[in-house]
Ligand binder design. Structure first.
Ligand code: AMP
Length: 210
């Protein structure tokens, strides 16, 4: 199964992606997480992309496309994959289309109020990258892996507003792009995690039996 997960920042892509990859036994390819790992490790790519990310801007298309194309050549992607946070622009989607055929594109639909609540309370483990929320952590910022949950630099209010603008301008047009290609599945994401997951599973099982 070759899948793309679309949705605004804070729509629950990371959370749903973790559940979907378990269901299908496919790798989770999150371009944001790949970049954060490069930044943590201080690689040349990490140094190149850091400023874009901290300012809430998109990393240039050619840089992202090359990183993803290389990742998709790995053996574990042969039986499928889930792309989370990629593509984010129409040129990225066109470039991806030249490399692989996608089975379905899931779009997580969510209202702005819930987005802001989720992003402002989001905390990420500095060591393993796991995501949580201040409401679940209840003052305990220790991760089971031994690391510490902190706020992502780009989750601060000013940057979040910029990221939402970037989403509206550059990423939202992908909904039409994939609708035209007949690949789009709309998911109502203003709900609890497990309800959203169930809807995704049902939609994908229909696809498999077609
Ligand atoms: P995310 O974790 O998906 O919200 O991504 C965090 C940041 O990484 C974004 O705000 C962008 O700066 C950068 N990024 C991740 N994926 C892409 C992409 N496909 N194209 C451009 N920039 C990206």
């Amino acid at each position: 199964m070759r899948l793309i997960l679309l949705g605004a920042p804070g729509s629950g892509k990371g959370t749903q992606a973790a559940l979907i990859v378990k269901d299908f036994g496919i790798p989770h390819i999150s371009t944001g997480e790949m970049f954060r790992q490069h930044i943590r490790q201080g690689t040349p790519l990490g140094l190149l992309v850091r400023q874009y990310i901290d300012e809430g801007k998109l990393v240039p298309d050619d840089v992202v496309v090359e990183m993803v194309a290389e990742r998709l050549r790995d053996k574990d992607c042969e039986s499928g994959f889930l792309l989370d946070g990629f593509p984010r622009t129409v040129p990225q989607a066109q470039a991806l289309g030249r490399h692989v055929e996608i089975d379905a594109v899931l779009n997580l639909n969510i209202g702005k109020e819930l987005l802001l609540y989720r992003i402002s309370g989001r905390r990420v483990c500095k060591s393993c990258g796991d995501t949580s929320h201040v409401e679940w952590l209840q003052g305990n910022y220790g991760c089971p892996c031994g690391g510490e949950y902190v706020q992502r630099e780009d989750d601060r209010e000013e940057t979040v507003l910029k990221r939402l603008d970037v989403y509206e301008e550059q990423t939202k047009p992908l909904i039409e792009f994939y609708k035209k290609g007949g690949k789009l599945i709309e998911i109502e994401a203003n709900r609890e995690r497990d309800d959203v997951h169930l809807e995704i599973k049902q939609a994908l099982s229909k696809l498999k039996t077609k």
